[in-house]
Design a protein around this ligand. Structure first.
Ligand code: GUN
Ligand code: FE
Length: 435
C-alpha cells in the first residue's frame, strides 16, 4: 500500500465542447490523494478525507502543487520511426519511400529493433505516456522487440506486425499467406500476455492487395474483439491512388468496409479528406479516427475537421503519429490540435484536450475499464505534471491561473520538462529528479 498526494485531476466523462465542463465530468482535488494497492488504485479523492483511512506509516509520495493525472494514452504512432522523426522536405508518399521504408528495413535486425523499442518506451514515459497503440514493421521480430521491452516495464501496450504485400520494397513485403501466418503466431505468443494486446495491422489500402485485405478480414473474424489499426484519407495523392487501385470502391473507407474492417476497435489514423457520408458510416459502424495534428501539419497533409466529426458522433482520439509527428509530448500534440482548430474558429478547450488524451483515448481503444482515470479499481498508471517547470510557465503561474488556464498554459507552453514522474502499475519508472 502506498499513496501519491498532490492536485489530482481526472475525467469521469466527456466534458463537452463548452468553456465550462459538463457537470460531473471533471474531478479535481486541490489537495488530493491517490491510494495504490498492488498496482491498482484503491481510492482517490480529497486528502483530508482519505488520509484518515490510511494505516499509520503508509509511504506517501508528496507532489506539492503538482498535478497528478492518469497516464496519457497515444492511440497512433510507429515505434520503428523513432529515428526518422524530423525528416526533411517530403509529403506522405515520397516521405514513405525516401525515409520510412529504408528505416523500417533495418528492423530485420533484432538487436536494432530492441535498441529502438527500449528508446521508444523511455521517450513515452519521459512524456507521461503510459499506453500506446503502435505500428511495428513487417518483421515479426519487430513485435517481439516492442512487446519484450513493454513486458519488462509492465506497460499496457498495444501493437502489431505491419502487413503489406505490394507497393513497398521487396524486403518489407509479406504475402497474404505469410502476413496472416505470422500475425497468428504473434497473437498466440503475445496477445493478453501481461498487459499486452495484439493489434491487427494492415498498413493502408495502397500496400495491400485485395487478397491480403480479404485474408485480414478473415483473421479479424477469428478475433472479433481485437484492435485493428490502419491509415485512412491522409493525403490527396494517396486518396487518388486508392481510387485508382480500387476502382469499384465508392471511396477510401469503402475499401476497408468491403473487407469487413470497419467496426468498433478499428482505429483509422488521420481521416482528413473525408465527407459527411464517410463520417456517417464511421459513426454507424463504430470505427474511430486518430487525429494526428503534428503529423498532419509536418507532412502538409491537411486540416482535420474535429467539429464535424463530433457533430456526426464519430469517435475521435488524438495521437502523435511519431515519426511523421514531431513530438512524443501530449502537450505539443494538443498545441497543434488547438492551432488547427483555430484555423476554422473551433478552438479546442483544455477540458476537451486533456479528456481526449486520457479517458477519451482509453474509450476509443476500449481499454477504459483498465486505464484512463484515477477511479477506484483502475490500474495505477499515473503521470505527475509540474505546471511551473519552465521559465515561461513559471511566469504564467505568477498570475494565479484558474485550473482551466493552468491546463491551457501546459498544452501551449508545456513539454517533457513538465513531467516530474511517471508511474506504471504504481511503480515509478521515470523521475526527472533522478535523471
Ligand atoms: N500511411 C501509410 N503508412 C504510413 C506511415 O508510416 N505514416 C503515416 N503518417 N502515414 C502512413
Ligand atoms: Fe501513422
Amino acid at each position: 500500500l502506498h499513496a501519491l498526494r498532490g492536485m489530482t485531476l481526472h475525467f469521469n466523462d466527456d466534458p463537452g465542447t463548452g468553456d465550462e465542463p459538463r457537470e460531473g465530468s471533471v474531478e479535481f482535488h486541490q489537495d488530493g490523494l491517490v491510494i495504490i494497492q498492488e498496482g491498482r488504485i484503491l481510492h482517490s479523492g480529497s486528502a483530508q478525507e482519505l488520509l484518515e483511512t490510511l494505516p499509520e506509516g503508509t509511504p506517501i509520495d508528496h507532489w506539492a502543487n503538482q498535478l497528478i493525472m492518469p497516464g496519457f494514452i497515444d492511440p497512433h504512432l510507429h515505434y520503428s520511426q523513432l529515428d526518422i522523426t524530423a525528416s526533411y522536405g517530403r509529403q506522405l508518399l515520397d516521405w514513405l519511400n525516401t525515409y520510412t521504408f529504408p528505416e523500417e528495413c533495418r528492423f530485420s535486425d533484432r538487436a536494432y529493433a530492441d535498441e529502438i523499442a527500449n528508446a521508444f518506451l523511455e521517450q513515452l514515459l519521459a512524456n507521461g505516456v503510459t499506453t500506446a497503440l503502435a505500428f511495428c514493421t513487417t518483421h515479426p521480430a519487430s513485435v517481439d522487440a516492442l512487446f519484450s521491452a513493454a513486458l519488462e516495464r509492465n506497460m499496457r501496450m498495444l501493437g502489431g506486425k505491419v502487413m503489406m504485400d505490394r507497393n513497398a520494397p521487396e524486403a518489407l513485403c509479406d504475402t497474404p499467406e505469410t502476413g496472416i501466418r505470422d500475425s497468428r503466431k504473434l497473437i498466440e505468443q503475445w496477445h493478453e500476455r501481461g498487459r499486452l494486446e495484439y493489434a491487427i495491422t494492415p498498413r493502408f489500402a495502397p500496400t495491400s492487395t485485395p487478397e491480403q485485405l480479404t485474408a485480414t478480414g478473415q483473421l479479424l473474424s477469428d478475433y472479433p474483439g481485437m484492435v485493428l489499426q490502419t491509415h485512412l484519407s491522409e493525403n490527396l495523392q494517396e486518396v487518388d491512388w486508392v481510387a485508382s487501385l480500387f476502382p469499384e470502391a465508392r471511396d477510401y473507407l469503402d475499401v476497408y468496409s468491403h473487407y469487413q474492417l470497419v467496426r468498433p476497435r478499428a482505429i483509422f489514423a488521420h481521416g482528413i479528406h473525408i465527407d459527411d457520408d464517410v463520417r456517417q458510416r464511421l459513426a454507424d459502424d463504430g470505427g474511430a479516427i486518430a487525429f494526428c495534428p503534428s503529423s498532419n501539419l509536418f507532412l502538409g497533409s491537411g486540416l482535420f475537421d474535429w467539429r464535424s466529426a463530433r457533430e456526426q458522433e464519430v469517435r475521435v482520439g488524438i495521437a502523435s503519429d511519431i515519426g511523421a509527428g514531431t513530438s512524443f509530448s501530449p502537450f505539443q500534440t494538443l498545441q497543434d490540435a488547438y492551432k488547427v482548430g483555430q484555423l476554422s474558429n473551433q478552438p479546442l478547450t483544455p477540458w476537451q484536450a486533456f479528456y481526449a488524451h486520457t479517458l477519451g483515448n482509453a474509450r476509443v481503444l476500449d481499454i477504459d475499464r483498465h486505464v484512463g482515470s484515477l477511479a477506484a479499481g483502475m490500474e495505477a498508471d499515473i503521470t505527475v505534471i509540474n505546471p511551473r517547470a519552465t521559465p515561461m510557465l513559471a511566469r504564467k503561474d505568477r498570475h494565479d491561473p484558474t485550473l482551466m488556464e493552468q491546463l491551457f498554459n501546459l498544452m501551449i507552453l508545456g513539454d517533457e520538462r513538465c513531467i516530474s514522474a511517471t508511474y506504471v502499475m504504481g511503480k515509478k519508472l521515470h523521475d526527472t529528479a533522478n535523471n
